[in-house]
Design a protein around this ligand. Sequence first.
Ligand SMILES: [Zn+2]
Length: 138
Amino acid sequence: MQKTKPCPKCNVNGELVSNVTVKSLTSIESIEVNQDYYLCLNPTCDVAYFSGEENMIMQTDVKVPIWYKEDADPKYICYCSKVEKAEIVDAIVNKECDTVGKVVKNTNAMKNSDCVHKSPTGKCCSRQINDLINDYNN
Ligand SMILES: [Zn+2]
């Protein structure tokens, strides 16, 4: 199984996502269970998930805004606990949270986590929190 695949619309590599996640987050009934889906990682592309030329799911058909897409509002980092990017940044910048653990404690991110059904990547948001810590500590 390929881990990445170029988006049929923008040609930027997308990341393999569990179809359990895709099914849970889209309003489209016809998702085929045995198909591999990829998440388009391009902020300016309006494709959310794709599995091939004819099988694209647009951001408008996904129940939550994908945080790194240009028009995402609100920008959630932790989808399970609905913690927005601004809250995470505030904890890092104003509350001296310099580790993922401190950010989690301060913002309640990752509480009740159910990433496979709630996060667009299907994975834990700790990677995004870590990236933000690095961005704001340099
Ligand atoms: Zn794309």
